[in-house]
Design a protein around this ligand. Structure first.
Ligand code: BGC
Length: 483
């Protein structure tokens, strides 16, 4: 509800805006139904908007895995290099270093970006005092959190960039090769043997530490989910499935691209403006409603609309350079606003973060900013519930509208990302829509747990899987030549 202590004319304007952000239960159900439909389209054919990428990961860990691997993680806020040791008892140790990725690297020539990745691994190894022996190369798992169409555990071409990346000459190329070439140019004795999306990393690492997991999901700078699917339902794999002799495979949904046509997503003029001015208009529609990269910008569009209203509704018609700049209002500010315990604190956040003078921010302004942040974030949390519900339904664990397959089974979701971890009440909002979509009983059996260091541990687990597969293959080849 718009704050009622404001003038009736202001309340009327805010109510009209609020109406645009509302999501009825029926709408949530329609969105979720569409999700399931799109999953099946994507499982059936390549080149669908919902990519439903087979990952060639055919099992989830049980905590007994052992080994030390390097992991490189690109696609979140920072670039990270880690060394992960899996102890085989559901625990691990991790040493890591974060590196910044400049806007120039994100949007320049791809080889420069990949050279920078190799330089970072080099710097990390030096810092950790690593001796790279000539005998065996260090094995590295690459967590690459963009849509990549995989054709093997260590092969995959980039379909498109997301989250503000636009490096030239990378789309359509094998990212493992791009990285390996960069290592080779530097004569680094490191071999990239596995490629993994961060959602797959979250799924695997949660399974490693807690013994089971059906969905790995990211609600951070971007959003996406990966789940365990029956291979028989991944029709687009065709006959190659029989070669694997396996029954399950992890699928990276790339749900950020859900409903790019926006036929069921409730677009407001503030969303449309964001999309039009983004570097990938008409793509990643769902991600643009949900994720940390965009929520601040939707809110900024809304706030500026109120500043520009005639007569002005906010800040007396004034703005600041921060509020005027594209992506100037960070989603973290929204979190600060919503965390503030009273309006004086909200005022303080606005002054400190947005650059207003204290005397230019009234308590009414603070009220309206808090209302706007809540409106945008609550819609994101509710919409996030649709994605989680749709995977429960797709995997037969729940039915749309309520009811599940069995009595007291628990459903473990491994999550990561700034929103789910830090945004006030994000999980509550997600759960509220889960209750609408799959019923209270199922919702109460969904365990949402942090996939701690998911990108690093997941990449290590995948690298381990790859090394094991190679050894099995080598043995099989030896047997054949001996025989
Ligand atoms: C990417 C996904 C990734 C997600 C979360 C999206 O923009 O397309 O591959 O999993 O962000 O990082």
């Amino acid at each position: 509800m718009a704050p009622t202590s404001l003038s009736p004319a202001t309340v009327e304007v805010l109510d009209r805006i609020e109406h645009l952000f509302q999501l009825s239960n029926d709408r949530l159900i329609d969105i979720t139904r569409q999700f399931v439909e799109d999953y099946n389209l994507g499982l059936g054919e390549y080149n669908k908007a919902m990519a439903m990428i087979p990952t060639f990961v055919t099992g989830v860990p049980d905590g007994s895995e052992k080994g030390t691997f390097l992991a490189l993680d690109l696609g979140g806020t920072n670039l990270r290099v880690c060394e992960v040791t899996l102890h085989g008892d559901k625990t691990f140790t991790l040493r890591q270093q974060k590196y910044k990725v400049s806007e120039e690297l994100k949007t320049g020539e791809a080889t420069r970006l990949f050279d920078y990745l190799a330089d970072s691994v080099d710097a990390f190894l030096t810092e950790m005092g690593h001796e790279v022996t000539d005998v065996e190369a260090l094995h590295l798992g690459l967590t690459f959190s963009f849509p990549v169409e995989q054709s093997a555990l260590d092969k995959g071409v980039l379909l498109t960039w997301t989250k503000g990346f636009a490096a030239r000459n990378a789309i359509g190329k094998d990212v493992v090769k791009l990285l390996q070439d960069a290592f080779d140019r530097k004569h680094l004795h490191v071999r990239c043997c596995a490629l993994v999306n961060d959602t797959v990393g979250a799924l695997l690492s949660r399974a490693y530490t807690s013994g089971g997991c059906f969905l790995g999901a990211i609600f951070g700078t971007g959003t996406n989910g990966a789940y365990v699917e029956d291979i028989s339902k991944i029709k687009k794999l065709g006959d190659s499935t029989s070669l694997l002799g396996m029954s399950k495979m992890v699928v990276n949904t790339e749900w950020g691209a859900f409903n790019n046509s926006r036929s069921v997503l409730p677009s407001t003029p503030f969303d449309n403006k964001l999309d039009r001015e983004s570097i990938n208009p008409r793509f990643q529609a769902y991600e643009k409603f949900i994720s940390g990269m965009y929520l601040g910008e939707i809110t900024r569009n809304l706030l500026l609309n109120l500043v520009d209203a005639s007569p002005p509704i906010l800040f007396n018609g004034n703005s600041t350079p921060i509020l005027n700049s594209h992506y100037g209002f960070d989603t973290a500010y929204m979190s600060d606003v919503e965390n503030a315990s009273n309006l004086d604190e909200v005022q303080k956040v606005i002054v400190e973060r947005v650059g207003f003078k204290p005397e230019d921010v009234s308590l009414d302004d603070a009220k309206i900013v808090k209302w706007a942040c809540h409106l945008v974030a609550a819609r994101a949390a509710k919409l996030s519930g649709c994605a989680v519900a749709s995977v429960l339904i797709q995997t037969g664990l729940a039915k749309l509208g309520g009811g599940s397959s069995s009595g007291d089974e628990r459903f473990s979701v491994g999550v990561d990302g700034s929103l789910i971890q830090h945004y006030p009440n994000f999980e509550d909002g997600l759960r509220a829509s889960l209750r609408v979509l799959v019923g209270s009983d199922v919702e109460s059996r969904v365990d949402i747990g942090l996939a701690k260091d998911g990108s690093g541990v997941g990449a290590a687990l995948c690298a381990l899987q790859a090394v094991k597969q190679e050894k099995t293959l080598e043995r099989a080849l030896q047997d054949t030549s001996l025989g």
